[in-house]
Design a protein around this ligand. Sequence first.
Ligand SMILES: *Cc1c(COP(=O)(O)O)cnc(C)c1O
Length: 230
Amino acid sequence: MDEQLLFDNIANLLQRVRRSAGKSQYHNSDILVIAASKGHLAEDIRTTHACGLRHFGESYLQEALQKMAALEDLDLAWHFIGPIQSNKTGPIAQHFDWAHSVDRIKIARRLNEQRPQHLLPLQVCLQVNISGEASKSGTTIEELPELARAVLELPNLRLRGLMAIPAANTDTDQQREAFGRMREALARLRTLAPDIDTLSMGMSADVENAIIEGATAIRVGTAIFGPRNR
Ligand SMILES: *Cc1c(COP(=O)(O)O)cnc(C)c1O
């Protein structure tokens, strides 16, 4: 991908992030930008890193492992953001810094068992199916406390917060309503886990409203890299 275009896309994105953080009443000045690089080449990740980003989100394990091998010389942080099947937990626990899509106790236990001892605990977000879509992964708000309690018991996982992919919606009020429910869910969960600090929400189309409602980590693909090849 053209280096200048990538640079301009990132500059535009960072401007959107700054502007919306300025409009938010939830003091979120330190927003983590995760480049959702699934479907894009290792070389484009290398260029993105040269433009100043170091956090990358991947959804497909094999694809991610190939890119990690090709980019071993760089100091990157890898976030697993796709659905986690039980047979994928080993490599995720071994190769990633974060998993944003933990939505079942069984998956959490496997990640905990398979996290190598020489690594820091795996940083974990619990994925919430905030729009209640039958087709989407994620736990319900009602089941969150039980899942959170289980994760807090696991020494090789560190619970950081919540993640959501709300139903695609072009209506600003409806976007904000869903993101706002996530912020409230995180606040309630703090009674169980006072240290949690991460609200992973907002993608290319809804970054502004996610940040206005308190996002601390955004996962952005298209606005950085353009359309995906897969
Ligand atoms: C692909 C993906 C994104 C980025 O989506 P864009 O609309 O391309 O910004 C964010 N989160 C998850 C979980 C994804 O799979």
